[in-house]
Design a protein. Structure first.
Length: 150
């Protein structure tokens, strides 16, 4: 029994230990809590209720953020800022939340040809609507709050 044999045995025992450790971590309450967060990439991989959506036009050049009063609050023209508000994680919304909500224009995306697409939001809530499709997105709500700060 040479060195290679004992090295293989040590490797197998180490691997078995890592498998047991991984199983314990996957069953922990912290992992369960983290995997259920709406803005967690892990929830997306494990089949959570959130799904990615790009609501903007294909060649979006600018996105205007509107306030609740209908005036332009900010205009985004950099690709990174446009991506942060166009590529979002959306979740479910109940039918009664849709009926109770009054949606107002919140974001308007404009492409190079001048075509526009509007995303509406129910004031003071994470409920949005685009092309008459209602959705919730706490991630987009956080991004809009961050961009609203000077």
């Amino acid at each position: 029994m040479g060195f290679k044999f004992w090295l293989k045995i040590a490797f197998m025992i180490g691997s078995f230990g890592l498998v047991i450790y991984g199983m314990k971590q996957l069953r922990s309450s912290e992992f369960a809590r983290d995997s259920q967060k709406e803005d967690s990439a892990l929830a997306l991989l494990l089949g959570g209720d959130t799904r990615p959506l790009n609501w903007c036009l294909a060649d979006t050049k600018k996105v205007e953020i509107y306030s609740g009063k209908g005036e332009v609050q900010k205009t985004l023209e950099s690709a990174q800022d446009i991506s942060s508000v166009c590529e979002i994680l959306i979740g479910p919304i109940s039918a009664e939340a849709v009926q109770k909500s009054q949606f107002l224009p919140r974001l308007i995306a404009t492409d190079a040809k001048g075509a526009k697409k509007t995303l509406e939001q129910a004031p003071n809530s994470p409920f949005f609507r685009v092309d008459d499709m209602p959705m919730s997105s706490t991630v987009l709500e956080k991004v809009l709050q961050r961009l609203a700060q000077p």
